[in-house]
Write a protein that binds this ligand. Structure first.
Ligand code: SF4
Ligand code: SF4
Length: 367
């Protein structure tokens, strides 16, 4: 049975890879962090990614996310997507990004499908093609091959093999992938943040083409939400006017748990979420903003869910919130899938904290 190297607790909800139980990570963070940090560093070395954000004196400053890397000539940012070549930052720009995509028939298992125009017809006829699920249409799922977080349980970690590899695709090529039956574009990955100039350009050109042909095309984002604040306006504008949805993955409420699980702080994500909540009233027909949280057994526990739900409800109790079942992946393969009773208790906790609409996602995984 895995046990906590600090308090000695033993139960199946402790990852031997992390070495500590959830409560010790939260309450004795300074003591356990040096060991947990080594786990993060090792997980990045495996993929040739920088172990920490570069801070090169005289390096080029990247202003896409809160890590604000200073990248030396020939070097690469923490995310691995952006590098400095000939005194310029390349990667994630309209001229090239590491990205792939596929058509996902609607309705799809998107984190917002339980209330969005594609899954339900909400906002019809302004934002949806049908007064119900959009059968016969597709979501263009755009998968960026890099991320600025280092989640030890990443559910899509395979992208790390492709970070900084392969052909760089232009934003116009991506925009050209939109066809008559494309009803929405969802930018995810990895994360769209290290590629925002590329994604926003593709979204803009694809929308222009769609509007010229009188077609609806929603722009949606699924992100860890840690972009620099200046990017929030173009992000929100793209979704607001198109009927799209911004989906923030809120991974943990306590700074300590967030650092332990993702390697980085949650402060920018929470600040950005609060800022975007101010724009929700700009489109009452379809919620602009939603949050989701992966229920990592033993770590993203009821204390974390209560904190996040109080935070969301304090901003606007109508913001929809999805709690997602966890599947063991990447470095946390020694944890079980989310137990059904934990998921139900988390849903109840979020409701009691004041969030009106709380959904359980990935329910097929629940044991
Ligand atoms: S987007 Fe990448 S290179 Fe830019 S600041 Fe963030 S991690 Fe660093
Ligand atoms: S991409 Fe947007 S509109 Fe399409 S299914 Fe997902 S949330 Fe709904």
């Amino acid at each position: 049975m895995p046990h906590c190297r600090l308090c000695g607790a033993d139960n199946p909800f402790i990852s031997a890879r992390l070495g500590f139980c959830g409560p010790c990570l939260r309450r004795h963070f300074a003591q356990v962090w040096p060991e947990v940090e080594q786990v993060h560093r090792a997980s990045r070395r495996d993929f040739g990614l920088p172990e920490e954000p570069p801070r090169a004196v005289g390096g080029k400053l990247c202003t896409l996310c809160f890590l604000a890397c200073r990248i030396p000539e020939g070097g690469v940012g923490y995310c691995g997507a952006r590098r400095v070549v000939g005194g310029r930052i390349v990667g994630g720009t309209p001229t090239g990004a590491g990205v792939s995509w596929y058509d996902d028939p609607l309705p799809t298992n998107c984190v917002a499908d339980w209330f969005c125009p594609g899954g339900t017809g909400r906002g019809y006829p302004t934002y949806a093609n049908r007064d119900g699920p959009e059968y016969g249409y597709v979501n263009l799922a755009v998968f960026y091959h890099a991320c600025n977080f280092n989640c030890l349980y990443c559910q899509n970690w395979d992208f790390k093999r492709r970070t900084g590899q392969g052909r760089q695709v232009t934003a116009q090529e991506l925009a050209d992938a939109v066809q008559d039956r494309t009803a929405c574009i969802c930018f995810f990955g990895g994360d769209p943040t290290p590629h925002l100039p590329h994604a926003l350009a593709a979204a803009h050109w694809a929308r222009q083409e769609a509007m010229a042909c009188r077609r609806r095309l929603r722009i949606c984002w699924e992100t860890n939400g840690a972009m620099q604040a200046g990017w929030l306006k173009p992000l929100a504008d793209s979704s607001l006017k198109s009927g799209g949805i911004i989906k923030f993955d809120l991974k943990a409420f306590s700074e300590e748990m967030h650092l332990a699980l993702t390697g980085v702080s949650n402060s920018q994500t929470l600040m950005n979420f609060a800022a975007l909540a101010q724009r929700v009233s700009g489109r009452p027909e379809v919620p602009l903003l939603t949050a989701s949280t992966l229920l990592v057994p033993g770590y993203v526990d009821l204390e974390e869910i209560y904190g996040l739900a109080r935070f969301i409800a304090g901003l606007n109790p109508e913001i929809p919130y999805s709690l997602l079942a966890f599947y063991p992946q990447f470095y946390l393969t020694d944890l079980p899938v989310t137990p059904r009773d934990l998921a139900l208790a988390a849903q109840e906790t979020a409701r009691q904290a004041g969030v009106k609409y709380v959904n359980l996602g990935n329910v097929h995984l629940l044991k």
